[in-house]
Design a protein around this ligand. Structure first.
Ligand SMILES: Nc1nc2c(ncn2[C@@H]2O[C@H](COP(=O)(O)OP(=O)(O)OP(=O)(O)O)[C@@H](O)[C@H]2O)c(=O)[nH]1
Ligand SMILES: [Mg+2]
Length: 446
């Protein structure tokens, strides 16, 4: 995982929030202080940190609780949304034939990333090739060629040629059978005029579909200035932040890029060819906070889920009727596949048998249709349901005896599973509360 330091301190802050009995102003203040510390030590700009703090505080205290969400989840949702805002939008591209120009300072990771991108497009089934237009550093072409050879990716270069534009022209000709062409360029140790001139000339000649700037995460918030200057020169439309694995300043680099006009396309997180991740803000922040897919959860929690009459206490005492199951199926249906929902619950080490999780939405729907043909007594006391009743229910619901048996089997399995949980009352109570609330706990994995 990239950004381990930041991630760990954010996770700690969220855990602290999860452990609070009440979420009041003091709890929000404390959370915001923890977030500030975490973000500042990741070199996020002070002004941005302050804006984010202000925004979290005022939203947490002023906004109404969304239906189906408790105060804790409300705050978590705001934190999540604000952090997604901080790292900005992803820069997108299509999986189709295209030319990509790589730009960046010396040592930022252009050549390595060119190799990684070749691998990426190759995996997506596109015919990809690279041009090594770095005639500044001796050995530059050999470096790219070695990378490409390992992947069987065609690579063009001419270490003797001084004119970078000519290399690109010849390269396009030599590689014209390929769909995606990635052009690696020379870096300089600072943004000097001749670097800018050269890349501007290549840009004019190549007319690339994308101009991606490679930035070393270790420069932290200085990334803003670099992105801005390159953007002025050639119109950067995506940034690749590299070496996220080796610095504590990645948060600063990312948030600084977010402030410029170009979004992040990829993140480099290691030296090998596969250490490249397509940047996706929601997933990225969810993982940073250590919590599955928060976006899905936040969206789910926004739908109102009315499961409040699941009788937790009765279930804890040992009663789990078809009625209870019916209500749960209803609640769960509004939240998506059971397997996914269960994976979000704070069950700790406990696992439902996989058969219980394999109920497809379609099957659940059939179950509900069957249950609609049962009497209230039957729903409350399923042991009443003998074969003749099953036949009646099957007829009444337009299903088959087999399907009714299937439902009863499923019910018994759920009942047995819940008995198993009962041994662990705490986890059980927690799970049922989550189910009742319907928020299905973004706080789950904490
Ligand atoms: N840990 C880590 N190292 C990286 C990453 N990306 C690149 N590097 C390393 O950074 C160093 C420089 O990478 P290059 O790809 O040669 O950089 P460049 O921008 O092409 O450099 P010049 O061609 O000299 O301008 C190499 O040692 C790479 O292995 C990354 O995401 N993580
Ligand atoms: Mg290079």
């Amino acid at each position: 995982m990239v950004l381990d330091n930041l991630s760990n301190s954010l996770k700690d802050a969220m855990k602290k929030l999860a452990g609070k009995t009440v979420i009041d102003r003091a709890a929000v203040d404390e959370l915001v202080r923890d977030l500030q510390r975490a973000l500042l030590s990741s070199d996020v700009n002070v002004k941005l940190v302050m804006q984010l703090s202000q925004s979290i505080k005022s939203r947490a205290l002023a906004e109404d609780l969304p239906k189906g969400m408790n105060a804790r989840e409300h705050v978590l949702r705001i934190v999540y949304q604000e952090l997604v805002g901080l790292v900005g939008k992803e820069a997108d591209f299509a999986l189709r034939p295209q030319k990509i120009l790589m730009a960046g300072l010396q040592g930022s990771g252009k050549t390595t990333t060119t190799g990684k991108l070749c691998r990426y497009f190759q995996r997506k089934g596109l015919k990809v090739a690279a041009i090594g237009a770095d005639n500044f550093r001796p050995g530059a072409f050999a470096q790219l060629e070695t990378l490409c050879k390992k992947m069987n990716v065609p690579c063009y270069g001419d270490p003797m040629e001084k004119d970078a534009v000519k290399i690109v022209r010849d390269g396009l000709e030599a590689l014209k059978d390929n769909e995606v062409i990635i052009v690696d360029t020379a870096g300089r140790h600072a943004l000097e005029d001749d670097l800018i001139d050269e890349i501007a000339q290549i840009n004019d000649f190549l007319h690339p579909d994308h101009r991606w700037l490679v930035i070393d995460a270790a420069i932290g918030q200085a990334a803003r200035e670099q992105a801005r200057r390159f953007h002025e020169a050639i119109g950067i439309d995506g940034v690749i932040v590299t070496k996220m694995d080796g610095t504590a300043k990645g948060g600063g680099a990312m948030s600084a890029v977010a402030e410029t006009q170009s979004g992040i396309v990829f993140i480099g997180e290691g030296e090998t060819i596969d250490d490249l991740e397509k940047f996706e803000p929601n997933g990225f922040i969810s993982r940073l906070l250590g919590m599955g897919d928060l976006k899905a959860l936040v969206e789910k929690a926004e739908e109102s889920i009315d499961a409040e009459d699941v009788d937790v206490n009765a279930m804890l005492r040992g009663k789990f009727s078809l009625n209870d199951m019916y209500k749960q199926l209803e609640a769960v249906q509004k939240m998506g596949p059971l397997k996914q929902v269960m994976s979000m619950l704070p069950l700790g080490g406990m696992k439902l048998p996989t058969e219980a999780l394999d109920g497809t939405a379609e099957k659940m729907k059939r179950f509900r249709i069957i249950m609609d043909s049962m009497t209230p007594q039957e729903l409350d006391e399923p042991s009443l349901i003998n074969t003749s009743r099953m036949i009646r229910v099957a007829k009444g619901s337009g299903t088959s005896l087999e399907e009714v048996r299937d439902l009863m089997k499923y019910y018994k399995m759920m009942q047995k599973t819940l008995k198993g949980f009962r041994g662990n009352r705490m986890a059980m109570g927690k799970m049922m509360k989550q189910m009742q609330k319907g928020g299905m706990g973004p706080m789950g994995p904490m």
